[in-house]
Design a protein around this ligand. Structure first.
Ligand code: EPZ
Length: 424
């Protein structure tokens, strides 16, 4: 397994291009299964999760692959198999997004239940509730979801859960409802930009979806969807991670190709801390004038502060003198990175779903272990300011969600390199 090694101390300066959003590309890829023909998806990031989805598609009989650096062609004309096996689904929970399209195209689906997850329990009850609301019969047997639908029928579905709305369940319902007979209303729908992007692609395919981006989405089912071409939105979490990296190192960066309007909660908190943010068209910049102040952060579904930036923000706050508080409301157990940040010299303690960050301690390099994708990013950001050498192990997590992170950080002036397994 590869490691990443960082020598801390260099402020990041320069410009960086934002990649396409993984979490928008995955449901859009799933939507391509609904049309018997060739869809083209542009601005898809080259990431391990995308490759996992392609493996699942091939298993289902779909022809798919890269036709350009960031262009995917998905030809679902021969979609024939309805089963997504554990071997593939266990690698990525988002595989469960094939449920809706398989039901819509083949009237049946057999998808392994995704296994445990380091960021906390991640049930799929809302996905199943949504599909049942469209008249699918769902059974759980031998670790698999077996779903059948003679004819999917539109209905009124409430998708609010214990932790708010669910992005994945909203996407699965949109996918199935697009080809269900009649009208579906999803109440308590997730409002994330990735849901809007999925609806944009489905509408381009001939779907009739209104209200995406609000908690009430209406879908007029159509008989058949046609293949389409689409450009995925920029990755707001990747963009946010680089802005936080600039803030933690005291540098100045300009992001290109981002969407500041998808990052309001982060930009507001960074400004409250004293960072200077610029927004101009597709450019977002950040610089620091002097020190930063501690803040309180509560993660919430969009447009609240994203849970996927919580760990990176914790790394930043651990360097800011004073006491900051982070409350995690989406995944109350998503705090595995605390122990590793503390190994670098941070002083963070957990009080229930709240992390108390006593910031301003000097960080010093150490060997640390990444537990999930965003935790890996947080450890790298901490390593950028820690004195001396930080080695982040288990960086395969990073390959799931950050395109060319080492190259991008190097171009911004970081002293960072990837050590391939044979070099370690
Ligand atoms: C998406 O996961 C993202 N993944 C996650 O990003 C992100 O952390 C999450 O949304 C929240 O923003 C993709 O888009 C591929 P949810 P998803 O269903 O859809 C509970 C990353 O690092 N819930 O919105 O699986 C759930 O336990 C990843 O890129 C139920 O109770 O998340 C959580 O508390 C990690 N029942 C809350 O809802 C369900 O059936 C939100 O989860 C489904 C979810």
């Amino acid at each position: 397994m590869d490691n990443i090694e960082i020598i801390g101390g260099n402020p990041l300066r320069g410009e960086v291009e934002v990649s396409g959003a993984k979490n928008a590309a995955l449901p859009i890829m799933a939507a391509a299964l609904l049309a018997p023909g060739k869809s083209v998806i542009n601005r898809v990031p080259r990431l391990r999760d995308i490759e996992t989805m392609l493996q699942i598609f091939r298993h289902l009989g779909v022809r798919c692959g890269w036709t350009g650096p960031h262009t995917l062609e998905i030809d679902a004309a021969d979609l024939s198999d309805c089963a997504a096996p554990y071997e593939l689904v266990r690698k990525m929970r988002a595989s469960v997004l094939v449920l809706g399209p398989l039901l819509g195209r083949l009237g049946k689906a057999r998808v392994s239940i995704p296994g445990g997850c380091v960021i906390g329990p991640r049930p799929i009850d809302l996905h199943l509730k949504g599909l049942e609301g469209l008249s699918a019969q769902v059974e759980i047997e031998h670790g698999y979801i077996n779903a059948r639908a003679g004819n999917l029928k539109g209905g009124e579905i409430y998708l609010g859960g214990r932790f708010g709305s669910s992005v994945g369940a909203t996407c699965n319902c949109l996918l199935a409802a697009s080809v269900a007979a009649g009208t579906t209303t999803i109440v308590g729908a997730a409002c994330e930009p990735e849901v809007i992007d999925l609806a944009g692609f489905l509408n381009q395919m001939g779907g009739r979806i209104a209200g995406a981006g609000s908690p009430r989405i209406t879908v007029e089912g159509v008989k058949e969807l046609r293949p389409a071409e689409y450009n995925v939105i920029p990755d707001r979490i990747e963009a946010g991670t680089y802005l936080i990296a600039a803030a933690i190192t005291g540098g100045e960066i300009v992001l290109h190709g981002g969407r500041a309007d998808h990052l309001d909660a982060l930009l507001e908190r960074l400004q409250a801390m004293g960072a200077v943010i610029g927004r101009e068209g597709e450019k977002i910049s950040l610089r620091r004038e002097g020190g930063l102040s501690p803040v309180e952060i509560t993660t919430l579904p969009y447009p609240g502060f994203p849970t996927d930036l919580q760990a990176q923000m914790m790394a930043l706050l651990s360097t800011v003198p004073g006491i900051s508080v982070i409350i995690e409301k989406v995944y109350p157990e998503r705090f595995m990175h605390i122990a590793e940040l503390n190994r670098l010299g941070a002083e963070i303690s957990l009080e229930g779903p709240a992390a108390i960050v006593r910031g301003g301690r000097k960080l010093s390099g150490a060997e640390v272990m990444a537990s999930d994708l965003r935790a890996s990013a947080a450890l790298i950001l901490a390593g950028l300011v820690a004195e001396g050498r930080t080695t982040v192990r288990r960086v395969y997590h990073l390959d799931r969600g950050y395109e060319n992170m080492v190259e991008k950080l190097t171009a911004l002036g970081a002293a960072i390199r990837r050590l391939e397994e044979q070099d370690i």
